[in-house]
Structures are given as C-alpha cells and as structure tokens.
Design a protein around this ligand. Sequence first.
Ligand SMILES: O=P(O)(O)OC[C@H](O)CO
Ligand SMILES: [Mg+2]
Length: 238
Amino acid sequence: MGSGSSAEPTLGKVTHVVFDMDGLLLDTEGFYTVVQQRLASRFGKEFTWELKAKMMGKKAIEAARTLVDELDLHGKITPEEFLTEREEALDEMFPTAQLLPGAERLLRHLHAHGIPVCLATSSHLRHYSLKTTLHGDLFALFNHRVTGDQVSNGKPAPDIFLQAASLWQPAPDPASCLVFEDAPSGVQAAKAAGMSCIMVPDPNLDRKLCGGADLLLDSLEQFRPEQWGLPPFPADGS
Ligand SMILES: O=P(O)(O)OC[C@H](O)CO
Ligand SMILES: [Mg+2]
C-alpha cells in the first residue's frame, strides 16, 4: 500500500473515477452514528465503532440487519422497524449535510479536465436527494450516478461499481477505474470489481480494517492526481 508522500512513484494509470458519497464526499456518517447510538441506548446497548464499521457503506436494509444481529435485538425490533424509527431524525439531518475537505476541489478539477466521473452510493435515491440539498451544482458534475436501490447486491459485492462503469459509453475496463471510498465494505466492493481503490477512512475507524485499499489517505486534500496518470492540480493550489 502506498502512503501518498511526495516521493511516491506513479501508483497506477486510470482514466475514469468513481466516487462513494457518504463519509467520502459528504459528512453524513455522523448523522447515522448519532441516531443509532440513541436507538441502541434505548435497548440498553452500546453502538460502537466496531459495529459502525460493519454497517457503513452497506445498503440500508443490510446495515439494519447487521445492527439487529450484532446487538442481539431479535424479538425487540426488526430491521425494517429500525429503518422506520431512524427515518424521521435522518430526514431532518440530511438536508444540512456538508462537504468533506477536498471534495469540491477534486471534483471540479477532474470535471474541468474532462475526466469522466460518476457516483456510486449505497444510499437510496430519496436519501441521495436529501443529502445533496445544498450541493446540487457540484453533484450535477457527475456523468451519472448509481444509488443503492438500483442494485440487488450492495457493497461489499462489486455490482454497484461494475454497474457504474457500464454506464459510460464506451465502458472502461474496470482496471482503468479509480474508486474513492471511506468504508471497508466499499473497498472490498471496489477491489472485487477489479478497480483501483483509494480509501479515506474516518479517523475513528480501526486501521486494521483499512488494509485492502491501494492507497490510504487521511483526507481527499492529500490526493495527488498525477500519481494515477491524471492531470495534476494547478501549482498555485487553486
Ligand atoms: O457510503 P455510501 O455513499 O455508499 O452510503 C452508505 C450508507 O448510506 C451509509 O453508510
Ligand atoms: Mg461511504
């Protein structure tokens, strides 16, 4: 795995870039954490980062099943009831979602240079719309998007990334695609799709769970496009 330092040699040659959304472009993972902590404590349970790591990046129903299993809430709440319960709070929080550092600069840079970019998020379309309320112009730069409701098998299955790549005409070889992800399940999915993957994990995520990516960055601000055969950022940092 590379470290992203300035002495690093070229790490790959890619032509297309696929972005995850939650926890990578948008600072939305904290919303899930707050709501799920609240719900877990109602049942006398603790919502830990260990559990969050198993849920993040997955489609809602799959994450909900993981929570009910891991907290042993069978007979107390079903995954479907859990989703219904958290919805009202999330619906209020999502429209306030802010961009994470480096997201806007990177997207605008790639778009300005004609690099194909798309979105592959496990969020379903309604949540996607709420979360991007403040960022319509930026998300309009994507050539296309695939949301969780558009695939049968969510991350860590490769389907969402393969589908995202297949929507470009002509479709690139997966080996020419670079995926940005924040979640272990997303990294697994990208690698299973045969793509390169840069992981930008939350500082709270156990680094033992960050081993599968080709490169680990603390922030999108650290990304050096030229290491992947992409146009470098302007020297003036704009
Ligand atoms: O990280 P995303 O964009 O695939 O979405 C993941 C879920 O919505 C929340 O973990
Ligand atoms: Mg994510």
